[in-house]
Design a binder for this molecule. Structure first.
Ligand SMILES: [Zn+2]
Ligand SMILES: [Zn+2]
Length: 165
């Protein structure tokens, strides 16, 4: 599903030394530059691709130029389960109070609400190599979801980088 309304892409990077999260200026306004964390560790330079600037999808990472990216819902799966569990409890209570005929409709209503909530929660695109996060990307589904095999390849790189800051 491609949204046509203007989305604002928000990019956050993490300091390699203290893991502080730093929000980059909007790509539409600042295509490249550098930022540093509040503790003034080594600065992080970035350069957004045209695709990121347009906000359609993430093709290459603005920080490390890696093309290995994954997408995930910016939403806690456990929260979705908790809502459904609470809904089932409510449905049970309602059907106990007003009759069993209400159990299924109430449960369906809660499931629908859960679905709407899950859809409204935008996806976040994340770089395997440097953990940079991209929010508000229109076509986040163009990026594959998390693959532990790909992550494994980058785990070594990360360890090396953290040992030699
Ligand atoms: Zn830092
Ligand atoms: Zn990256």
């Amino acid at each position: 599903m491609v949204h046509t309304y203007p989305l604002r892409v928000r990019v956050s990077v993490y300091c390699s030394e203290c893991l502080a999260r730093i929000e980059l200026p909007p790509p539409q306004e600042t295509i490249s530059g550098s930022v540093s964390c509040p503790s003034k560790h080594s600065s992080i330079s970035f350069c957004h691709s045209e695709t990121i600037k347009a906000g359609s999808r993430v093709d290459v990472c603005s920080r490390c130029s890696s093309t290995a990216l994954f997408t995930q819902k910016d939403f806690d799966q456990r929260l979705g389960c908790a809502i459904l569990a609470a809904g089932a409890a409510v449905a049970l209570g309602v059907s106990w109070r007003f009759g069993g005929i209400w159990f299924v409709p109430v449960l369906l209503l809660v499931a629908a609400a859960d679905l709407v909530l899950a859809r409204r929660v935008a996806a976040v695109v994340i770089c395997y190599q440097c953990d940079t996060e991209y929010r508000g990307v229109a076509d986040a589904s163009a990026t594959r979801s998390y693959d532990p095999h790909v992550a494994e390849r980058f785990a070594d790189v990360k360890t090396v980088r953290r040992m030699n800051p």
